[in-house]
Design a protein around this ligand. Structure first.
Ligand code: SIN
Length: 334
């Protein structure tokens, strides 16, 4: 990395620490380098996606110095949920890591990751993602022009609201923000509550003003987006896994010189492996950060957990055809 780029990267990380906007400006990249914009919607400094994105930029900017240069735009500062996939196809951004729950308009198959209580923990999800069927799903949207470079795990999801949610009937009549996922909508309806799809950037305000009563997310998102400040408590339901499709477009990948593409893909694999190895520790840190900051967490008894599982299991049948029974079976056995 040359001196100018090193300086710019340091400024970028300082900006992140202060919660400011984009990490970079194009001035960081030397002329002649392929400039790669990585846009995502999460924030803070301890979030798994923030760390993985910054690692990727650091590695590419060092190991492919002079050939390729990655700029990271966190916190929906370049594109938010609603525009980023379209922007990738238009070539306005080259790398994204959207939640797997946000691809419903392109494929029903990734709905597997939203099936409630299919993945008991992150280890089971990783086993599925790294086995044959999981790898196949990485490229379930190749007809659209999307290329899955890897899965970045974020954590298990938990429900929060302004009252303890110990059994599904506690959620009856409440409004929950969900991602744009038909499976998530069906799951909330199965709880007798109403789903409100909404972009991630709008969730804090919607919870604060009472537009919605609750939400579901990982410890890392609940902490870094401060949802715990505007919710009485979060319940350790672990009802779904939240993971990202670290992705690019066929057009971008094909535009690279073969040797650059090969080195770039090797860095992507290595960053992905490292991200998934450290994700559990990051989730635990952010759970402890919530507790230290005064957030309240409710645990479930085995009987209460069974009530959640029983209420949500019928949702699987509804989506089995679109996802594929073979994928669901493989995930269950992972
Ligand atoms: C993310 O972690 O990228 C956002 C998840 C959400 O929309 O809840």
């Amino acid at each position: 990395m040359n001196k100018l780029k090193f300086k710019a990267a340091v400024v970028g990380f300082a900006a992140l620490a202060l919660g400011l906007t984009a990490v970079s400006a194009s001035a960081q990249c030397d002329s002649g380098e392929v400039v790669v914009k990585l846009s995502h919607v999460t924030g803070g400094t301890t979030h798994p996606k923030v760390v993985a994105s910054n690692n990727l930029a650091e590695r590419v900017n060092k190991e492919l110095n002079g050939e390729m240069c990655v700029e990271v735009y966190p916190n929906s500062t370049l594109f938010g949920d609603s525009k980023e996939l379209e922007a990738l196809l238009l070539g306005d951004v080259q790398l994204l890591a959207p939640s797997l729950s946000k691809f419903g308009s392109y494929t029903p198959k990734l709905g597997i990751y939203d099936l409630p209580f299919l993945f008991k923990d992150m280890d089971q999800a990783i086993r599925f993602m790294t086995a044959e069927k999981g790898k196949e799903l990485l490229n379930s949207m190749s007809d659209v022009g999307f290329v899955g470079l890897g899965y970045w795990l974020s954590g298990m999801k938990y429900f929060s609201a302004n009252k303890p949610l110990l059994v599904p009937s506690d959620a009856e009549g409440l409004k929950f923000r969900v991602q744009t996922s038909d499976v998530a909508k069906a799951m909330i309806s199965a709880m007798g509550a109403s789903p409100q799809p909404m972009a991630f950037a709008e969730v804090y305000g919607a919870l604060q003003t009472g537009v919605v009563d609750g939400q579901e997310n990982t410890w890392s998102n609940i902490y870094t987006k401060k949802f715990f400040e505007v919710q009485d408590s979060t319940t350790e339901t672990s009802h779904q896994v939240l993971a990202y499709l670290f992705m690019t477009s066929t057009d971008f990948l094909e535009s690279l010189k073969p040797d650059v593409r090969e080195k770039f893909l090797a860095i992507c694999d290595s960053v992905t492996m490292e991200a998934n190895e450290s994700v559990k520790a990051k989730e635990e840190t952010n759970k402890q950060n919530i507790i230290k900051s005064g957030g309240k967490i409710n645990e479930l008894t085995p009987e209460q957990r069974k009530e959640w599982v029983d209420a949500m299991k019928p949702v699987w049948k509804q989506f089995e055809k679109g996802i594929g029974a073979d994928y669901i079976e493989a995930a269950s056995k992972s």
